[in-house]
Design a protein around this ligand. Structure first.
Ligand code: AMP
Length: 190
C-alpha cells in the first residue's frame, strides 16, 4: 500500500499512520519525525531546519525532497509506505510524482483527514501537555497559528491537485480515532 495522509497539524495523521502501518505492513514516513531526529542529532539538515520548524514555517522544498528521496530508497519502503506530512506544497507533490515514476511505484490513494480548524488549538495543547519528554518546539499557540496559515496557503491546494488526479479520498477527522481508522479502511478498499 502506498498512500499519502493529508490534513492540517493536529488532524491525526501521525496517529492514523501508526495504525495503518501495523495493519498493512507498510512504513510510516513522517517528514516531521525525520526532521526532528535530524535536529536532535545535530546533522547539517537538522541545523538548517531547527529554527524554521520552531517558527512553524516550511523547510525548503529541495531539502525535504532530498530527505524523502533517500528514505524511499531504503529497503523497507519497498513493502509500502504511508506519507505523513509530505507533500506539503504543490512543488513537493510534483517532485514526488517524478520520484515515484523513477522508482516505478504507484500511489494507491491520497486520504484527506478533514477537521474543523476551531478544535486544532485544543488538540495541539493537549498533545503538548501529554508528550513524554516535553512538548515539541512548535506545539505552542504562536507556532500553531503560523502552521495553520502555512497549511491553508501552501498545503490545502494539494486537495484540488489530487482531486484532479482522481486520487483524493476524504474522511471526517472529527470522529473518534477508531471511527476515523474505520473510515480510512473503507475509502482505501474502494
Ligand atoms: P509535522 O511533524 O508534520 O507537523 O512537521 C513539523 C515541521 O517540520 C513543520 O512545521 C515544518 O517546519 C517541517 N516539515 C515537515 N514536513 C515538511 C515538508 N513536507 N515540507 C516542509 N517542511 C516540513
Amino acid at each position: 500500500m502506498r498512500i499519502i495522509l493529508l490534513g492540517p497539524p493536529g488532524a491525526g495523521k501521525g496517529t492514523q499512520a501508526k495504525v495503518i502501518e501495523e495493519r498493512h505492513n507498510a512504513v510510516q514516513l513522517s517528514t516531521g519525525d525525520i526532521l526532528r531526529a535530524a535536529v536532535a542529532a545535530g546533522t547539517p539538515i537538522g541545523l538548517q531546519a531547527k529554527d524554521i520548524m520552531a517558527r512553524g514555517e516550511l523547510v525548503p522544498d529541495d531539502v525535504i525532497i532530498g530527505v524523502v528521496r533517500d528514505r524511499l530508497d531504503e529497503e523497507d519502503a519497498k513493502r509500502g509506505f504511508i506519507l505523513d506530512g509530505f507533500p506539503r506544497t504543490v512543488a513537493q507533490a510534483e517532485a514526488l510524482e517524478s520520484l515515484l515514476e523513477e522508482l516505478d511505484m504507484q500511489l494507491d490513494a491520497v486520504v484527506e483527514i478533514r477537521v474543523d480548524e476551531a478544535i486544532l488549538v485544543d488538540r495541539i495543547e493537549k498533545r503538548a501537555a501529554e508528550t513524554v519528554g516535553g512538548p515539541r518546539a512548535d506545539d505552542n499557540v504562536e507556532a500553531l497559528k503560523k502552521r495553520l496559515a502555512v497549511y491553508r496557503e501552501q498545503t490545502a491546494p494539494l486537495i484540488a491537485f489530487y482531486e484532479g488526479r482522481g486520487a483524493l479520498r476524504t474522511v471526517d477527522g472529527m470522529a473518534s480515532v477508531d471511527e476515523v481508522t474505520r473510515e480510512i479502511e473503507t475509502v482505501l478498499a474502494v
